[in-house]
Every structure is written in C-alpha cells, then in structure tokens.
Write a new protein. Structure first.
Lengths: 317, 296
C-alpha cells in the first residue's frame, strides 16, 4: 500500500540522520548565536500560536476554576465553582450519561471495526470500493449525517428504521424520544459516522503482519478462529490497545450527537453529556468559571485515565 | 487495488481459495459483503437524497415511501435560500483555506527548525508541543474562548473573525510531528552541500526540503482541511454571527425554523462538497490516514 511507503522512517544503515553530531558550520560564538536565533525565528509563529491557544489556556483553565467573575470584577473563590457545579442537578446525570455512551460505544463500536477490517483484508476483490464505502460517512459534515439520522429516527412509523423493523415484524422504537433508547440511538449514529477511520487503521495494521506467521500456524493445524486469536490479535495488539484509548477519550467528549439528535439534554435529561453541561454553564448561564471547573474535572479524568491505561497496557519490548 | 493484496499472505491462503469449493464460498462472501455494505453505507445517503425530494405530507407519511412520488426539487432551492448554504459553504472554505495556509507555513517552519536547524531549546519546545496531544481538545474550550475574546498582551478580540479559527488551528502538534519526522529522513548532507553553495536556511527549506516532502505535505493538508470542515463546537462558539457560520453550525442553527424535507435537502447540499473532495482525493486521504498512525 502506498500508505506505508510514503514515509521513509528508517534511515539507511550506517548513516547518521539529523545534524546533532555533525558540525555543520565551524565558526565562533557569533556564528552559533546567529544559527540558534535563525532556528528560533523559524519556529516563532508556531510557538506563539501554541503559547496563546494551547499552553496559556491550560494554565488559565485551572486559574479560572478558582475564580469568579461578576460584572467585570474577578475574585478568588476557592472551591466554590466546583461545589456549585457539583450541586447542579444535572451533574451526576451528565457523568453517568457520558460514561454510559462511552461504554455502549465500546460495546458496539470497538470490536466491530476490527472484524470488518479482518473481513475486508481477506477479500481479494472490491476492496477499493469497500474501503471507500466505509470511509465515506467519516467525510460527511457531522451535522449533515446527524440530521439524516434524526430523519431516520422519526418515532412514528414514518421513520425508515421503524419501517424496516416493522416490516421484519420486530418491535419498533421511539428512538431518541424514549429514555431507554436515547443513548443507543446516539451510539448507532456515532458508530456509523466514525467507524471508517478505525477500519482503515486496522487494515493497514493487518497488512503489516508477516505472512509466514499465518503459514506456520496453519502448518501447526490451527483453524481460522485460532489463527485470528493466536496470530492476528497478538500482532495488532499495540494498535488495538491504542485505538481503545483514543476511542474512550473521544467518546467522553460527546457533544454534537445529543445536541442535534436529542436537542442537547434529551427526554428527562437522558442525553445530557459533560461537554454539553459545560456549554450550558458557559453560554446559557453566563458562568464561565463553573464551566472551567467542569473542564478541569474532565481533564483530570481523561488524562488520569490515559496515564493509568498506558502504564498498565502491554508494551513492545 | 485488489491485485496488490494478493502478493501477501493473509489469514486464508490464496491457494486455498482457488479450490473449487472454497472458491464458491469466497464469491458468496464477497457478494454478501458488497451488498450489505452498500446497503449500510449508501442506503442512508439514498434515503437522505430522496427525503429531500419529498413533499411535506409525503415525508411524514406512514409507512414511508421508498421512492418519492413527486420530485419536489423546490426543496433543494428552498434549502439553498433559507439556510443561505452558499454563504455557509464559502465561509467554511475560507476558514479551511486560511487554516491550511497558516498550518503549512508556521508548521513547516517549526518542523524545519526542530529537524534541521536544531537550536538549543528545540527539543524542549517540541516536547511541550507534543505534550498538548495528551489534552483532549474540548476540555480547554472555555479558557481558549476567553483567550480569543481578549488576547493577552494585545487585547485583541477575535470573536467573529476568521482569525479565531485560523490561528488556533496551528496548535496541531500531530501535524508538526508528522512533518518533523519526515524532514528527519531527508539527509542533512544535501543541506550541507547547498549551504556550501551559499544557500541560507530559507533557501534550503524552499529548494530542497519542500520539493522532497510533497507526500507528507499532502497528508497534513488533508488532515487540516477535514478538521476545519468537521469541527463543530469551536466554530459554534467563536463565529456567532449568522453571516459567519460554518456549514455544520449553520445547519444546526437554522434547523429549528424549517420543515423536515427542506432540512434534509439542506443536509444533502451541505454534504456534497465533502463527497466531491473525498472522491477527488480518495487515494491520498486513505493512505494519509494510515501514514501517521502506524509508523509512529
């Protein structure tokens, strides 16, 4: 595949890449200072952007979460913001909903792309078409795709999903208008929209598995499922583990799906997510500080999760 | 594409598939897969396009009609006018183009400095940039918003201006990392030879590095354009005026006051530019996606 050849990552043996140990220019202190300054000049633009829009906001978020700004006057308020958002009746619900979405998305959307990738990798025909097909939804503007789902989820039998279920003599559903089906509905839409990226990444990983491993295990008499279990999965373990982390972090930031499909909070708050709550605090209640406190909580949960996960997960030796 | 795959051995050996019995099973699986996948991934698009053609009563009809009875093309023109889709698409293109330009110019400059010029603190700065990859984007949205309405030191309010999308777009550490790693693979000898001929750093970047880096620049460009096109929460916050909205935000914001069939028609029109973009750059998009993720 063109993908894997596009970036020559391994340097030719015996040749040093990078200029660290090669004295490129001899010269005095002045020359060195000049070279360093040129280097800084080239990175200046990007560094300023990071400083203003990434590094500073990171510090600012913590500061804001301990302050309160009212009528242009900012005061330090200690843990007040945290206590206030904690007592928001939607707070616990929002965490529960977000975690529920994340888990459901893992149940539906974690193994599925992997098995689709394994299937597609075995097909010797129509692969280009199928790849394009699974990636197409990823390219759609999310709002477009979600309005399509809103249309398909129409709760009376005018919606296509209910029509299909009804034709198959299966029970129909109220989808986002029923409390039990709200999250599953969001997960179905989200999985359809986002699965393609994971499938293509798995496909590339599958193509890097040396064929000899399959041959050897087949000679040992391993049947199809055993080959998947003993060759395919161990060989793609690292990417599987990375995708798990990325998916959890991505799904915990749930926002647009409930906003468009369920009007933000859904029936009896069954769709409210953490990011939506943050948005509500900041822009509906003009409480940027409370929103920042929520942001800090989500940040700590997600960064904490990533740190623990990377510590526990298997590494390549 | 299929022919390139046969050379490598996968789960099931090609020789095995060539046996008559297996061959039949194989073709059955191919056909079932193609049919099911087409249904799952193209079916919804069909439903969307035909939904946009239905009249008001027909779209709410029970059971739904699989083929629209009358083709109300006026829905599409209504959607174009009521959602001011032309405006939304142009805005989004403008934001995407600017974000791309800033990301390429500033990102390539930084990556070149990290990879080849290597000033003393270069690695420390790169480390600080890569550290931001640990922080999910939406988590910082509040302080970023506060920064954008009053940029520290300069006291510049960028709200409702394209700068609020262009400049934060540069803080994509992953793209800078991809560029830097690619530049690392270009032998420094080439630059040294050019330096002896009197080429300064800018000249070396322009005449040696850039021509050799086309593939990775293509990948980074696609990433940055798609990111702007798909973003929702950030443009929702920083481009509040109706005339400055992006496609995503505009669709959402205008969705309240219009009928279902017109909304669906609008969603179709909004999707067309990305589908065209995808069909044109399909190969680059697909290969680019795996470039960064795997060889890291």
């Amino acid at each position: 595949m063109a993908a894997t050849t596009a970036v020559p990552t391994t340097p030719a043996p015996g040749r040093r890449v990078g200029s660290a140990n090669i004295p490129r220019r001899r010269g005095g202190l002045r020359r060195k200072v000049f070279d360093n300054l040129t280097g800084y000049l080239f990175m200046l633009g990007a560094v300023l952007c990071f400083a203003f829009f990434s590094w500073y906001p990171m510090v600012r978020e913590f500061i804001m979460s301990f302050q309160r700004t009212r009528r242009g006057v900012t005061t330090w308020v200690g843990w007040d913001n945290y206590i206030r958002v904690w007592h928001d009746p939607a707070f616990v619900t929002a965490w529960k909903n977000t975690a529920y979405f994340s888990i459901l998305a893992l149940v539906f959307g974690y193994a599925l792309p992997f098995f689709i990738a394994v299937l597609l990798n075995e097909l010797r025909h129509a692969q280009g078409y199928l790849r394009a097909l699974v990636y197409l939804p990823v390219m759609l503007p999310p709002a477009s795709a979600l309005f399509l789902f809103a249309y398909a989820y129409q709760p009376d039998n005018s919606g296509i999903f209910n029509f299909i279920l009804h034709s198959l003599h299966l029970p129909t559903s109220q989808w986002v208008q029923s409390t039990a089906m709200t999250m599953p509905s969001l997960v179905i839409a989200s999985t359809w929209m986002n699965m393609g990226g994971a499938i293509l990444i798995y496909l590339a990983a599958l193509q890097n598995i040396p064929g000899e491993l399959y041959e050897a295990s087949e000679l040992d008499g391993a049947r199809l499922l055993r080959r998947i279990w003993h060759v395919t999965i161990p060989q793609t373990r690292l990417i599987l583990s990375l995708m798990f982390l990325l998916q959890v972090v991505a799904t915990m930031q749930l926002f647009i799906e409930p906003l468009i499909l369920a009007g933000g909070d859904g029936v009896e708050d069954h769709a409210t997510s953490i990011v939506y709550l943050m948005y509500q605090h900041a822009f509906k209640e003009q409480d940027l500080n409370g929103a920042a406190a929520l942001g800090v909580m989500l940040l700590i949960v997600l960064v904490g999760f990533s740190a623990v996960y990377t510590r526990l997960s298997p590494r390549e030796d | 594409m299929a022919s390139t795959e046969t050379s490598t051995r996968t789960l099931i050996a090609s020789a095995r598939l060539n046996r008559p019995g297996s061959r039949r099973t194989y073709w059955a699986i191919v056909i079932v897969t193609v049919v099911v996948f087409s249904f799952v991934f193209l079916g919804p698009l069909y439903w969307m396009v035909t939904g946009g053609l239905k009249s008001g009563p027909e779209i709410a009809q029970i059971p739904p009609t699989l083929f629209p009875k009358h083709h109300e093309l006026s829905n599409y023109s209504d959607a174009w006018a009521q959602l001011s889709l032309g405006r939304l698409i142009l805005n989004t293109l403008y934001y995407a183009a600017g974000a791309l330009a800033f990301q390429l110019v500033l990102g390539i400059g930084a990556a070149f400095a990290f990879s080849k010029l290597r000033p003393k603190l270069g690695n420390a700065v790169l480390g600080l940039m890569l550290a931001t990859l640990m922080i999910p984007s939406t988590v910082l949205i509040i302080p970023q918003y506060v920064t954008v309405i009053d940029l520290p030191i300069f006291h510049w309010n960028m709200l409702d201006s394209p700068w609020a999308i262009w400049l934060p777009a540069v803080t994509n550490a992953f793209n800078i990392f991809l560029l830097k790693r690619f530049f690392d693979s270009i032998p420094t000898d080439l630059l040294d030879a050019a330096a002896i001929d009197g080429a300064g750093p800018l000249r070396q970047l322009w005449s040696i590095i850039l021509p050799m880096s086309r593939p990775i620049i293509g990948v980074v460009s696609i990433f940055s354009v798609t990111a702007v096109w798909k973003d929702f929460l950030w443009p929702l916050l920083v481009e509040p005026s109706p005339t400055n909205r992006t496609v995503n935000v505009g669709l959402y914001a205008f969705s309240q006051g219009i009928t279902q069939n017109v909304l669906v028609a609008g969603a179709v029109i909004a999707a067309i530019p990305t589908i065209v973009f995808f069909l044109i750059f399909q190969r680059n998009i697909m290969s680019g996606l795996t470039t960064g993720s795997l060889k890291g």
